[in-house]
Every structure is written in C-alpha cells, then in structure tokens.
Design a protein around this ligand. Sequence first.
Ligand SMILES: Nc1ncnc2c1ncn2[C@@H]1O[C@H](COP(=O)(O)OP(=O)(O)OP(=O)(O)O)[C@@H](O)[C@H]1O
Ligand SMILES: [Mg+2]
Length: 228
Amino acid sequence: MSLLEVDTISKTYGSGHTRVTALEDVSFALDKGSLLAVLGPSGSGKTTLLSVIAGLLAPTGGEIRIAGSPIHLRSAREAAAFRRAHVGLVFQEYHLVPYLSAAENLLLVVRLSGRVTRADRERATGLLKEFGLESRSRHVPSMLSGGERQRVAIARALMNEPEIMLVDEPTSHLDTERGLQVVDLLSTHIRERDMTCVMVTHDPRMAEEADRVLRLVDGRVAEPCCDV
Ligand SMILES: Nc1ncnc2c1ncn2[C@@H]1O[C@H](COP(=O)(O)OP(=O)(O)OP(=O)(O)O)[C@@H](O)[C@H]1O
Ligand SMILES: [Mg+2]
C-alpha cells in the first residue's frame, strides 16, 4: 500500500466571475521512502496541492489518504494533532517566529506538545549544524539571510521526525548553486531516514534529486507521473 494517495483531487476557489479552478483531477500515489518533485509554472496549483495534502485546505472533490486513512474525515483538531506528529511542513513564506532565535524556532515544535528536554536541545543543535547554521542558532530571523531562514524552516520541519515532508519552493530565495546544496541536504536527510517527501519547485534542476516528477499545468497533471 502507498503511504500517500492523492485520489482525483479538485479544488476550486471563489465563485462567479472570480472562480478559479486551481486543481483538476490530480491523482498519484507515493511509496514510503520516496521523493516526489512537483514542477509547474506560477499559478499551476502547486501550493494548493500541498495545502490539500497537509489537510490545511479542503478539496472541492476527491480524497487524500495517508497510510490508507482518508484525512478529510478528521476534525480540524485531529488534523492538527496528526500534522504535529507525522507531517513536516515548509511553506514558501517560512512562517518563522520573528522574536525567537533559530534554535528556539526549532524547539517551539516541542514546546507546543510538552517540555523541552536536553535531548531536544541536542537534536535542534544537530539539525542546525546539519544545515550549516551552527553559528546562527542564537540569531532571530531578521538577522538571517533569506537562504538561512529557509534552512531554519526546513530544520524546524524535521524536528518532530515526520514521516512525510511537504516542502514548498525550498530554494526560491537562493541562487542555483546554493539551492541545489539545500535540496541535496534535504534529500540526504530524507533518504537516510526512509521518509517520504513532496517537494514543490519551479526549477527542473532541483527535480533531478527526486525519484519521480509530477508536472502541473493549469491545475492538471501534464503527463503521467514518471520516473526521472
Ligand atoms: N485563496 C485563494 N483564492 C482564490 N484564488 C486562489 C487562492 N489561492 C490561490 N488561488 C489561485 O489558484 C491558482 C493556483 O495557485 P497556487 O498558489 O496553488 O499556485 P502555485 O503553483 O503555488 O504558484 P507559485 O509558483 O506562484 O507559488 C492560481 O491561479 C491562484 O491565483
Ligand atoms: Mg506556490
């Protein structure tokens, strides 16, 4: 059984003359331990797709199943608890807490569900180091570059050891070389732990790290999901 099943998902925003079909009949299944790159031009529905998979946005039609269980049957509260335990999310606009240091941004995930232990601090320090941020752990986001913030957001999403990572444009603020480094760090981390990842990107070069590529055009899958 696939870990993640996206089954004929459609999403329409608005109504009347502002109605936009952001997704139409999108289907794919992803096994545990694989990395899927979602490619597509601006406005093709990539962020909408991630939000629906994360259970942050209800689809207009279709169903998302994680480990065989449909996510739309959960209440908002259950969905939030599920995300905290199993899903790591990295958005286009990082959503870092501006008045907390990089390390405290990572530990916030733990603080929300209990007490921060020494092991948690060590884990946060280890992740910051893994992403080349050991000398920035006490900096607040406004003291970091765009790329550093992006790496803090990725490290934070990995804090709770999620089974599924959903990453939106992890490299949009980086030049290609730095971008590829970040994707490489992320894919190494994911593969070492047999995690599953959906990574959205504009950039076909980033998709080379992926096991499979899904191309979206105007909310539709442009070609069957294929191996790269
Ligand atoms: N809240 C919303 N209300 C109405 N329309 C929306 C909303 N969010 C997105 N859209 C529309 O849905 C379509 C898909 O948007 P989405 O954000 O998923 O695209 P994207 O592929 O992530 O684009 P980008 O690469 O620019 O981030 C776009 O045409 C957008 O204008
Ligand atoms: Mg987007």
